[in-house]
Structure formats: structure tokens, C-alpha cells
Design a binder for this molecule. Sequence first.
Ligand SMILES: Cc1cc2nc3c(=O)[nH]c(=O)nc-3n(C[C@H](O)[C@H](O)[C@H](O)COP(=O)(O)OP(=O)(O)OC[C@H]3O[C@@H](n4cnc5c(N)ncnc54)[C@H](O)[C@@H]3O)c2cc1C
Ligand code: SF4
Length: 494
Amino acid sequence: MGKTTGFLEYQRQSGPVRPEEERILDFREFHCALPLNEQKKQAARCMDCGIPFCQAGVMISGMASGCPLHNLVPEINDLVYRSRMNEAYHRLSITHSFPEFTSRVCPALCEAACTCGLHDDPVSTKENERAVIEYAFMNGLAVEPVPEIRTGKKIAVVGSGPAGLSAAQLLNRRGHEVTVYERSDRVGGLLMYGIPNMKLDKSIIDRRVSLMEKAGVRFIVNADVGRTIPSETLLKEYDSVVLACGASRARDIAVPGRDAKGIFLAVDFLGKVTKQLLDTDFQKAPLELAKGKDVIVIGGGDTGNDCVGTCIRLGAKSITQLEMMPAPPAVREERNPWPEWPRILKTDYGQEEAIRVFGADPRVYQTTVKEFIKDKKGHLKEAVLISLSPKKDEATGRIRMVPAEGTERRVKAQLVLIAAGFLGSEEYVTGSFGVETDARTNVKTAPGGYSTSKEKVFTAGDMHRGQSLVVWAIAEGRNAARAVDEALMGYSNL
Ligand SMILES: Cc1cc2nc3c(=O)[nH]c(=O)nc-3n(C[C@H](O)[C@H](O)[C@H](O)COP(=O)(O)OP(=O)(O)OC[C@H]3O[C@@H](n4cnc5c(N)ncnc54)[C@H](O)[C@@H]3O)c2cc1C
Ligand code: SF4
């Protein structure tokens, strides 16, 4: 439970963050760790509240509250406080596959539901998690066990994002022979080619993948299942197939001039930047993509924020981030009580950097693009913006954001990044396996299940639950592994 009076004695302290003016000059991680002794004091703040909402991972009002992996948060915090780091690592490993990813990129659903956070700052569980896993890597504890006995069962995992990786990890530990097929040239899914390097250094992914390879997992990259590799081959050669291809069909914006040169889907843009950085060993950033340009980012969410941070590093001249909805409140509203996920205004790293560089928050609310204007060569030169106002739909009772006529204005733009979310899975994969999908094109399973409508084909991650979070993808991959194991062996001890 940490120290009995720890939450009274110690204030929350987070790890140092590299100052904006320094970190925008490179793509290195900017969140640093506290010294271990200080981190232990942070763990001491865990207060044995009795009902650890932090580890509940339940849906309240349609949003997750607490950790979806059900990490044993108070127990881990207690072990960190008592300097029993080996045990803390083993306790964390019971529920978690890759704490090194979530402790960098998770929005920390645990902390939003922390009882200490009701009246004071929540316990810094995410940074405690990072201290545990980095200690484990530094001290040789974070190994992937090589199974002593192989079952003789062969499993193909399609997609190497966090869902595919966590499914592969558990299935290999159980003794099955696992091959991961990845259509991209590097393993990691959106961990690799979505989330920018400054949030998650790509060597952190390689470090884990190399452990998994040593433990027997086979990775095949540049393997596009359903195109270059027929689904029939996998169905014939493997005892089970896990589809973990993500929700990679990005939502586009259908307005006149969309075909102008200079308009990209955010995820393609971010992937391209990371690829060039990795291909050149961080020697050559693709500055030509944004340097000196007026940039519009469409979408006020986390992906939009990553675009802002990336464009600043590439030397953009100006950045405007458009959000269709009104700005959220600064503090929780009464209808959004603890321990629900707080729907409040968050100023993320990209926006902080924009404020530092340009002197103002880049976000413009209740606004979208009505039209893109091209020059004679078809290059984007301007965008027509229009304000939106809320209107109640009489038929459904829902509030919709509708254009407010007469609010159009033209702004300069040579680069537009569309970060408007994802629609669901890609038809060529689901179609080639013949698995049923729901109205949102997520792969259909029974509630709480992972087996699809096609025999011996399972699914996990964003492809199953729709666009989500790394922590959910890991939870799904682990659950799908259990379902596969049970189907193959008649029971599962995973
Ligand atoms: C820009 C961006 C930033 C994000 N930031 C965060 C964050 O900070 N924190 C957070 O928790 N979440 C974040 N997310 C969401 C998070 O990355 C995803 O929810 C998570 O990666 C989903 O994992 P997944 O394994 O289901 O799918 P993915 O990570 O999408 O991986 C799917 C993999 O399948 C491969 N694939 C697809 N089709 C095939 C095929 N036919 N054959 C072979 N391989 C195939 C793809 O190439 C991909 O590598 C972010 C998302 C984006 C786009
Ligand atoms: S995985 Fe995320 S929600 Fe779970 S304990 Fe770690 S930081 Fe919290």
C-alpha cells in the first residue's frame, strides 16, 4: 500500500521534461525519469484506499475507468516503495506484456481513477511503471522465456502492432510455434509508424522484438496478407490465425479541392517522417515536407497533436489545428464525476511547443475546412475555413455541428494533414479471410470473445474494437492468445 502517510508527506512530482526550445531541435524522447530514490517516494503516495479503482478497467458512461490490463497497481506501488524492484517487476509481468510502451504513451487511465486524485494529485502510477520496467531491463530481468516444451501447434499472427505482439508473446511462451506477418518494412504497427519517436523511441520497440525473436517468435516483414500472401496459404499451413491488422482505414475529408498536392492523411505523413529518420539513423529529417510552410492540421485529438509536434520539428512557418467540437471545460463538469475519465481541456506537448514557438495555442475550435484552393500546378495554396455551431437534430435528439453561413474565411496553407480518426478495418483482409464485420467494419465476435465467424480465425486490437489505445490493444492480444490456446489445447493456463 505504499507508506501509510505517504500521500500526506509527499507531493506528486513528475520526471523532468526537456524544455520546449531544446526538444524541438531533435526527435529524441523528452520525458525523462526521476532518480529511482525519488520515484520510490512517489510510489509511497499510494494510500491503500480499499477499492483500487485504478486497476478496475471498467466501462463507465461509455469510457474506460482504470487500467484495462488490471495491473495490480497498489501492490506494485508498495513493492516500489519498499525497494523490492525485482518483485515489482514480476508482479507487473503477471498482467502486462510491454510496460515499456504504456509507461511512455498510455493516457494513464489508472491515474484518472486514482482515489488520491479525488482531492489531490493522483499517484504517478505511469512513471512508477516506467521505473519498474527500465530497472528490469537494466538488471537483466526482462527476458523472454524460451519454452522448454513445444506443443507442435503452428499459429500465424497477422499484424505486428501491440495487439499482434502481445498475442505472439503469450502464444510463444505457451510453446506454440508463432509466426508474425507484417506488411510494413518494420515491426511494431502504430507504435513504430504512428506514434512519433519523441514520445516512444523506436529502439524501445526493437529491444522487445529482439527478445521475442530470441525466444522463438518468427517475424516476416513486407508481407501483405490478402495481397502478396494469400489468406488460403495461412489457413492451410497454420492451426490458428490471429488477425491484428488495426483499424487502418483513415477517415478522409470530402470537400472541393481535396485532390490538391500537399494534402496528406496524418498517419501516412507521420509514418513517412519516422521512416526517413530511421533509414538515415536520425541524420536527415525530411524537412522539405513542412519547412517554411503554413500547415493546417484537421483534428484536435492526439494524432493531430503529434502532427503539430512533428511539423514544428520540421520547421513549419505556421500551424493551425482545427477541431469541429467546442473546447472542453477546464475542470470536470458535474455530469462527468470521478472516477470517470475526465473530459477536460488538455494541452499536450505539441500544443505547448506551438505556444512557445508561435506565441499562441494552435487550436481553433468549432471550425472545419469548406474548400481547398489550388494554384495553376495543382498545389495547395489556400483553405476556406468555416465556423460550426451546435444544432439539435429533431429526429434523433442528438447535437450536430453545422456550418454557420457567412463565417467563411480564406487562410494560406501549403500543407494539410488530416487527423480525423479511423473508420475501421480494411476490406481486402477481412474479405480474403471471409470473416464477418459489423457496421463499423470491426471484425465481429461474440461479446467478450475473440473467435471470428471463420473457423480457427481469431482477432484482436483495433481491428476488433475499433480505433483505441495501446493498453487496450495489449489487453486484447493477451485475451485472444488465451482464446486461441483454449481452442487448440482444450484449456489454457495463460
Ligand atoms: C498517430 C497516432 C498516435 C497514437 N498515439 C497513441 C498514444 O500516445 N497512446 C495510445 O495509447 N494510443 C495511441 N494511438 C493508438 C494506438 O497506436 C493504437 O490503438 C494501437 O497501436 C492499436 O494496436 P493494434 O495492434 O490493434 O494495431 P496497429 O498498431 O495499427 O497495428 C496493425 C499492424 O497490422 C499491419 N497490417 C495491416 N494489414 C496487414 C496485412 N494485410 N498483412 C500484414 N500486416 C498487416 C499494419 O501494417 C500494422 O503494423 C495512436 C494512434 C495514432 C494513429
Ligand atoms: S497500462 Fe496505462 S492504465 Fe494501465 S497501469 Fe500502466 S499507465 Fe496505468
